[in-house]
Design a protein around this ligand. Structure first.
Ligand code: FMN
Length: 188
């Protein structure tokens, strides 16, 4: 039997990503974001929703650029820490021993320890209430070569412990169940 709950957001699991921002080293910052996702394939577009009181908010609004860095199990501690400490008080790159790297298109730094970094340029900012939604074009992707399968050339993120966020807790990825379209594939 189902119960009624007051309205809330319960779409889980989600990735917990690290958003890096800033256009000069003194401004560089990182915040953890779970309210993120894909909103269009072509042109490739993503969103992140950020509360206006975050230190990163003004930085991203000013520069209109940021990087979505996917996270792994090895990055779990830093992912949590960057989500509970503010760049107002800490240099998060230094504190978490994360390495800022150069992007190809945007001036914001990427995080070298991340397997895949999506360079984003803000197209629109929509005030929704608690959060503002930054709608962005993905203008470049920097993918770690070590995650490429040498035989197939495929990017093997699933094999390399992506971090999963479910209602306040972090998990690893579970077992593979099937592939896109397998439900209608003819049995050999
Ligand atoms: C798992 C996790 C997910 C979070 N998701 C968001 C989010 O989607 N949007 C947001 O504004 N803050 C989110 N936060 C909180 C910010 O990351 C946090 O307030 C951070 O300290 C802000 O850093 P800053 O002040 O340096 O920008 C999240 C925190 C955690 C731990």
């Amino acid at each position: 039997m189902k119960q009624d709950w007051k309205p809330g957001t319960m779409i889980y699991p989600l990735p917990a990503v690290l958003i890096s921002c800033g256009s000069s080293e003194s401004e560089y910052n990182i915040l953890t974001v779970a309210w993120t996702g894909t909103i269009c394939s072509d042109p490739p577009m993503c969103y992140v929703s950020i509360r206006p009181n975050r230190h990163s908010y003004a930085i991203i609004k000013r520069n209109r650029e940021f990087v979505i860095n996917l996270t792994t199990k090895d990055m779990a501690f830093a992912t949590d820490w960057c989500g509970v400490r503010s760049g107002k008080d800490y240099n998060k790159f230094a504190e978490m021993k994360l390495t800022p790297g150069k992007c190809s298109v945007v001036s914001a730094p990427l995080i070298e320890e991340s397997p895949l970094c999506m360079e984003c340029r803000v197209k629109e900012i929509i005030s929704l209430g608690s959060h503002d939604m930054f709608i962005a074009d993905v203008v470049n992707i920097r993918a770690e070569e070590n995650y490429l399968n040498r035989e197939t050339g495929k990017f093997e993120l699933a094999e390399n412990n992506p971090l999963v966020y479910v209602h306040g807790n972090y998990y690893g990825l579970g077992d593979r169940i099937g592939k896109f379209g397998w439900s209608v594939e003819k049995k050999k």
